[in-house]
Ligand binder design. Structure first.
Ligand SMILES: [Fe+2]
Length: 378
């Protein structure tokens, strides 16, 4: 039984104000390459970071579901700039892109050449990750998910040297996060924790992180959605839940929910957190015959008192559906996909590397069925 947590996590409200000092202490870096997106630069967080750094190049063109041509463009820039540290600032997209760009800084070619596990020759540059949402866990994982536009496919690029060296996790980053993003990224984190707890590769080590994350997220997400500005406790609990969920799934895996979400994200460029919210209850229902005991344990962590395992699991599914309704997360129908597109989605989900990890075997036909159920779900 192994446990990987190579990233140093520096956690605390307001900790971003110590960025300069942390970079000096942890990296002794003099030249920084900042990877982020335009939204972060416009929100003022970018300036808060830049005001503490002297010799910094900024690449702020990262889009949602970051695309390989964008990462390759940043790769060319980073090779010219020759920094000694890459900082990834934002949600999962900028942080995943930062890991990929750090890889391209020390290795030639395009990011698609490095799809898979440890395909690089030289270790990437060190990465400092600063999450600004409460969802992806990318600050503590070894994977970078980059979309290949021609293949309409989300590539996974990973390796033991791709863990960020430091995660600077400041719950105050959530102060200006709009409620729809709190909802979707929070549900992404919850999906990480639940899938990590139930996949075939789960261990007692990973389960400890998953259990704590499940409890924290169920407890704090409704309050965080309601009013994050005036609730420091909710900010801290949802942010730590998200990071702990990242550690959990990086040490076990994700399952069929993420297989479907990544398939739809790659094919139709749809938001990852919303897709997970839509597919989570459907996949829970599909897995019930083999994962009832685990789901009943999760139900207890979610505050459900029911003792009977089947009833507790069903209550858990209802609770998740009602959370997504209360937080106005779009339904599958709202995303506008047609049934004629389901074979492509099912095929991509089936081919996902995480498909074999799901607690119940999921065949291509099962994915089609889950998609139909999601479309007709109320
Ligand atoms: Fe995710």
């Amino acid at each position: 039984m192994n446990l990987k947590v190579p990233t140093k996590i520096i956690f605390g409200s307001g900790i971003l104000s110590r960025l300069k000092e942390i970079i000096e202490e942890e990296f002794r870096a003099s030249r920084v390459f900042l990877v982020t997106d335009k939204g972060i630069m416009d929100s003022g967080i970018g300036n808060l970071v830049l005001s503490q750094l002297e010799d910094t190049q900024v690449f702020d063109e990262i889009e949602a579901n970051p695309k390989s041509p964008t990462v390759d463009r940043a790769g060319e820039q980073v090779r010219k700039d020759k920094p000694d540290l890459v900082v990834g600032l934002g949600g999962g997209s900028p942080m995943d892109a930062a890991k990929a760009i750090a890889l391209l800084a020390t290795n030639k070619g395009h990011i698609k050449d490095y799809e898979g596990k440890r395909k690089y020759k030289f270790p990437p540059l060190p990465v400092l990750a600063i999450p600004t949402t409460c969802g992806t866990g990318s600050e503590v994982t070894w994977v970078s998910v980059i979309t290949h536009p021609e293949r309409r496919f989300k590539m996974s690029i990973k390796g033991p040297e791709m863990f960020p060296a430091v995660a600077l996790v400041d719950p105050d980053m959530l102060l200006s996060l709009p409620p729809p993003l709190i909802a979707s990224t929070g549900m992404d984190a919850l999906t990480h924790a639940i899938e990590a707890y139930t996949v075939k590769g789960a261990t007692e080590f990973s389960n400890n992180f998953a259990r704590q994350a499940i409890e924290l997220i169920f407890d704090s997400l409704p309050d965080a959605f309601e009013n994050i500005k005036d609730n420091k406790k909710a900010r801290e609990r949802i942010m730590s839940g998200s990071t702990l969920a990242g550690i959990a799934f990086c040490n076990s895996d994700v399952g069929a929910v993420h297989c479907l979400a990544e398939a739809c994200g790659g094919l139709y460029d749809l938001p990852h957190g919303e897709l997970n919210s839509i597919f989570l209850p459907q996949v829970l229902e599909f897995n019930l015959p083999v994962a009832k005991t685990r789901y009943a344990e999760i139900a207890r962590l979610a505050g459900i008192q029911e003792k009977d395992e089947s009833l507790a699991s069903q209550e858990l599914v209802h609770k998740i559906k009602s959370m997504t309704r209360v937080m106005n997360i779009p339904s599958f129908q709202d995303l506008g996909l047609e049934e004629s597109e389901f074979p492509d989605i099912a095929s991509a989900a089936f081919q996902n590397n995480s498909n074999p990890s799901n607690p119940r075997e999921v065949r291509y036909e099962d994915y089609l069925e889950i998609l139909k159920n999601a479309l007709h779900s109320s």
